[in-house]
Design a binder for this molecule. Sequence first.
Ligand code: FAD
Length: 311
Amino acid sequence: PMDVLVVGGGPAGASAAIYAARKGFSTGIAAERFGGQVMDTMGIENFISVPYTEGPKLAAQLEAHVGEYDIDVMKLVTASRLVPASQPGGYHSVEFSNGAVLKARTLILSTGARWRNLGVPGEETYKTKGVAYCPHCDGPLFKGKRVAVIGGGNSGVEAAIDLAGIVGHVTLIEFDSALRADAVLQAKLRSMPNVTILTSAQTTEITGDGSRVNGLVYQDRTSGVEHRIDLEGVFVQIGLVPNTEWLKDSGIALSKHGEIAIDHKAATSIPGVFAAGDCTTVPYKQIIIAMGEGSKAGLSAFDYLIRTESV
Ligand code: FAD
């Protein structure tokens, strides 16, 4: 049994474990893939004080930093169930798909999220070569160029507004017959001169020249006619899915989007269980935010452990 078990080894989990270990608590991290989404990222330009780095490099640095402490790192393990302690101060159990069970007085859940993929030819091939998911991260790479944003919900329309201020031209593509974003965002978008909005349009392929995106193909769902647009970038904005499916029967409070509900101290609805990063209700999913939230969860676990009698 441990004092602190961190589930998830991305920026949030690494930060939480370091903060917990620095308080002298026995700490472990259990993660499917150390580094998390950072492993899928090429250039990172908004990790403040580091003007430029790359995902695999930052992931290796996270692991090296964790390695400076007495932290038990368990990789390639997938949590499948959480059984909360029966009383405050008791041990929570986390079950893994390989049959292992780990017990800890406090848990920090940091299983992150994944962008919903479009699932069309070209998307996988051109990921990080023109296919992007994060306008805050990759928008400036397309300065002056032509991009499409796929998805007409709030995140798609926000992304299109954001990008229209940076890139040359934005085509917003929505599958449905109308945008679903808030009216105020739609009005803002429609007022921008370098934006085209297409509705009832189904993206069927992202095309490229072998090394970079050069266009996309969509079908007009009303006429059935296929069209091609020449462009340099495609931002897919059809949802960010939190990795919280494994928590469904634990009784922990989730938002309607499946995010773990946390308060300003990273506490969840279960005493002694904290959460941090992209798997939570924290607004804005970014590396620097995930790290800040992880450190907050680590300090909250410390606070809980010194105040709660062990049972
Ligand atoms: P994640 O990084 O998602 O890590 C989750 C961890 O939990 C992983 O270790 C994973 O294997 C593990 N896990 C998941 N489920 C389980 C389970 N059931 N059991 C055990 N372990 C589990 N942000 C920026 O700030 N700047 C950028 O330039 C940037 N670019 C990005 C580019 C791409 C392509 C992507 C996908 C994201 C980008 N982001 C960027 C966002 C950033 O990567 C995330 O906000 C950040 O990684 C979130 O950290 P996290 O620790 O909360 O979750």
